[in-house]
Design a protein. Sequence first.
Lengths: 232, 187, 187
Amino acid sequence: MTEIRFRLPVFEGPLALLLHLIDKHQLNIYDIEITELLEQYLLYMEEAREQDLELAGEFLEMAARLIYIKAVSLLPKPEEAEKAKQELQGALLEYAFIQKTAKILKACFIADDIFVRKPMKLPKIKKDYSLRHSPEKLAEVYERVDRTRIKALSEKITDTVTQEKSVSVISKAVSVLRKLYQGNAVRVESLYDGVTDHSARVAIFLAVLELTRFGRISLNADNTVITIKKGR
Amino acid sequence: MEEEKRLTAMAEAILFAAGEPVEASRIAQTLGISEHVIPSLMQNLQERYLQTESALKVIQLEKAWQLGTKEEYSPVIRTAMETRRMQPLSGAAMEVLTIIAYHQPVSKGFIERVRGIDSSSIVNSLADKGLIEEAGRIDVPGHPIGYRTTALFLRVFGLHSLKDLPDPGHASDMEFTGDLTEQDVSA
Amino acid sequence: MEEEKRLTAMAEAILFAAGEPVEASRIAQTLGISEHVIPSLMQNLQERYLQTESALKVIQLEKAWQLGTKEEYSPVIRTAMETRRMQPLSGAAMEVLTIIAYHQPVSKGFIERVRGIDSSSIVNSLADKGLIEEAGRIDVPGHPIGYRTTALFLRVFGLHSLKDLPDPGHASDMEFTGDLTEQDVSA
């Protein structure tokens, strides 16, 4: 057998790959030979690795699932093996159905050739909401909102806010100006002397930017030295 | 008949102003007539547009009606408005859209299970294109947001109703032939 | 004349789809005709609308043209648009409203991240209904506009003040002070 290197086809997901393998190796989707399928699947993954083709985590999960099915099918527990196989078969059939239907639907595509209008803007007659609801409705709806996200978001916001507050840009601007009044020109680098805290360094950087923007200081051509602007 | 002409013009005014599809019931309610009369008013309007060689046409989407331009005018409109024609969707986007169209309302989790791969960015991009929209939360554990197709979806695929979705037969009747794979590989 | 009819319909299509006034020069350029011809095309269109007792009319604004409805149809349009406003809030709208109610003032970005989907049209529609309003800019990076509930909101839900907001089940031990930090520490 001659070995010819093809570029590996890329699949949308593990199910698409499995359907491809089933079709290519003429396996029976209603009674999958799991050993054969697993072998082909792992072969694909191996080739993908060799060709530096990055596969999503779902491909690994599927490999684990196939290995599991193979493992239980070796055990004297026919029901469990059968169940796992049935589930995979169900997923494959469902996905095959979607693939096929998507193609048929795609053929109906006529693009956005019929144009419609945006709603007419009426002279602002702001119509207040006139229905009434019980207050409990609010709690009931709020129940379903993903609270973990709110928590994560709030912490993030609080973080940024406190950080900003702890090292305010204004106080850094004042200290930059103070240094400038002591001597005519200051090296930008020297502003950071002894400042290790990351947010403090960011604040200094922002202070220099702000002062430049408001015309209080000017930077030399290569942005290394700042001087106070004359006439202010 | 004078009265019918008047009602037709009123319905036309409502559809023109609304821009988006208007439920037959809402037109009927506004005009103080029975909902059964709406289809015949719409037909009057459609016929008038045809006879007078207007650029407009009446579109039916489920139980709603909308005014739009005839397809043949799309090139001239696109030139004037400097808009591009919607590109055909990728294979992956078509799969996600199909899952939503046939199972709506469905969650991102459901779509991920059917496709075997995370599809959430595709869902968001379909929503950005206006082909799908959220449909409240679904009554399953975790109460995820459900998605459904929009009126634009129907328009873009030339459908009047979800009932017109092509029927590819049941999954279990499917014959496995080579036609599934090749194109999918490149999709 | 056939050609003139065709050009008239094309101009109609452009005006319809644009929705806003379109400069005569742009129409002329798109159709590949002289700008001088535009007024006569517009007159054709206007006459067609008159003769067929259409609800539409052509409006001239300086050197631009626009489609609109005849004045006599304003009441019926208004009624139709209002009947729509009185629909009960959708599940999604209700949800956005509760996020605002329990966390005000919050930005559109915050709502989007909590819900995992762009919700700005819902926010706008809640503002149109008078249930929420802008509350200046929020002191978080980017200084986005914050939204808060209104007095009408309290009336709609039969509340005297925001302190009367019902405790959401599991979060019953939370203090709703409107301050994000405190709630979340205890959550």
